[in-house]
Design a protein. Sequence first.
Length: 216
Amino acid sequence: MARVSQEHLDARRRQILDGAALCFARNGFHATSMQDVLKEVDLSAGAVYRYFSGKEELIAAIVGEVLGSVRDAFEGAAKQSPPPPPDVLVGAVLGRTLATRASLTVDGEPAFPRLIVQVWAETLRNPELAATLRDGYSAVGEGWMRVVEAYQDAGMMRADLPAEHVVRTMIATVQGFVAQQPLLGPAPVEVLQNGLRALMSMSAPAKRPEPIKEEG
């Protein structure tokens, strides 16, 4: 029997993950069955179950893949001295994350933002998925923490405010930008970058002179 190449195995795994992501983005995790996934990827049950035992393993793999690549990007940025500023760093990481999944669409619009919303909704009823997501975001947060601490050490950011507060704010900013797209429509990463640049450019307002009081 001919030996199956690793390249073929990787391509088949990619096919299954992408098909499952489309199903979850379209109908939600709870309403998607394994039969839906099999139909989407046009493979037999045996071919799919060779890689994944069920929906839970599929969604865990999708989440782990995305958050793992984001974590690696921030850890790499933290090694730079100093790291790129937030607008540049967020734009690069989020832009790459969205670009690698740009071919996945639902009703002509990117599937990834819809998938994010569906996954977050499912965590309310699925403790195992919630734990997977917490672990993933904890790892991303550790990468961001090193970046923020590097900003503070370089004098780029106030050091008197807790780094973990900055981390939660930045993660929330990215999450919110992605999550609003299914409702408000797709938006390029430059929108988020410009918003961050505007906020980063703020300075204290010039003090207005006191009004002259008339003597009398």
